[in-house]
Design a protein around this ligand. Structure first.
Ligand SMILES: Nc1ncnc2c1ncn2[C@@H]1O[C@H](COP(=O)(O)OP(=O)(O)OP(=O)(O)O)[C@@H](O)[C@H]1O
Length: 264
């Protein structure tokens, strides 16, 4: 039996920006197929961790960052194995030269922002991009430019871009931001299918109610450091969230889902 290498295997990681250490992780491993949520307050280092995985940030000398068991990657090859959805990415697409939505989704096959003359896309890629747009309810946006879309519309197109090339793992940094309740409901249902299909999910969120039943590990970051790491049953509790966010919180189970509130 072969065992897939972990999505993430970190040791002695320190990320320095503006002469300040913004992420300090002596050790963290997330296995292949292990769906995890990263929780933490604003500025706790969650997006920095995603950027470290996607090779947008590099750690300080001496760190080990193995993604899918490999330390050295061609960035484009790595990003083809990952589907990434984040608010920062959405801003990048807004700022770029005009890009049509279907082209945006097809560009996910090349891990590029936009399509360029040297990239040879196939009819199969276009069909997969159309199917992904259909899946997220965004087919009607084909023909529009990314910059002309509302926040929620653009978010759906980016989700389609992340899914179209059937990545090994999805990195989702606040993926539901800007989605209305119905879109969020459909998106979370779709993510459950993706997780059941074997794609590893790494979900970054402040919203406990978005933590899918398929996620069973919680990694808590505080001040750029690992605060707690464990099973959902152990960490989706009032005691653990109170410790993380510094305010008295209660957690309620709703079937397989949870929600949290600040105690009155
Ligand atoms: N390029 C950068 N230069 C300097 N500081 C940075 C840079 N990127 C991030 N930081 C700082 O690192 C810290 C962690 O940022 P990060 O974006 O990872 O937080 P986060 O947990 O994702 O927060 P949020 O929930 O607000 O999105 C913050 O204090 C942020 O100001």
């Amino acid at each position: 039996m072969t065992i897939d290498p972990p999505l993430l295997d970190l040791a002695d990681v320190r990320v320095i920006a503006d002469e300040t250490c913004i992420l300090d992780l002596p050790a963290l491993t997330i296995g292949a197929g292990e769906n995890a949520a990263i929780l933490g307050a604003n500025g706790s280092g969650k997006s920095t961790l995603v950027k470290l995985i996607a090779r947008q940030f590099y750690p300080h000398y001496g760190a080990q960052v193995r993604i899918f068991g490999q330390e050295s990657w061609n960035v484009f090859d790595l990003r083809k194995l990952l589907g990434i959805v984040s608010g920062a990415m959405q801003l990048d697409f807004d700022a770029d030269p005009p890009l049509e939505t279907l082209d945006c989704v097809v560009s996910g096959f090349f891990a590029s922002r936009g399509l360029w003359a040297h990239q040879h896309y196939t009819q199969a890629m276009i069909d997969a991009a159309r199917a992904a747009l259909e899946e997220v309810g965004a087919s009607h946006l084909i023909g529009r430019s990314m910059a002309s879309l509302s926040t929620g519309e653009a978010r759906r197109v980016l989700i389609a871009r992340a899914l179209a090339h059937r990545p090994r793992a999805l990195l989702l940094d606040e993926p539901c931001a800007g989605l209305d309740p119905a879109s969020r409901h459909h998106f979370l249902a779709m993510l459950r299918d993706v997780a059941r299909g074997g794609t590893t999910l790494l979900l970054i969120t402040h919203h406990i109610e978005e933590i899918l039943p398929e996620i069973d590990r919680i990694v808590m970051l505080r001040g750029g450091r690992l605060h707690r790491d464990g099973a959902k049953a152990e960490l989706l509790t009032g005691e653990a969230l109170t410790g993380l966010f510094g305010l008295p919180m209660t957690v309620r189970a709703r079937g397989e889902w949870f929600d949290a509130a600040i105690e009155a």
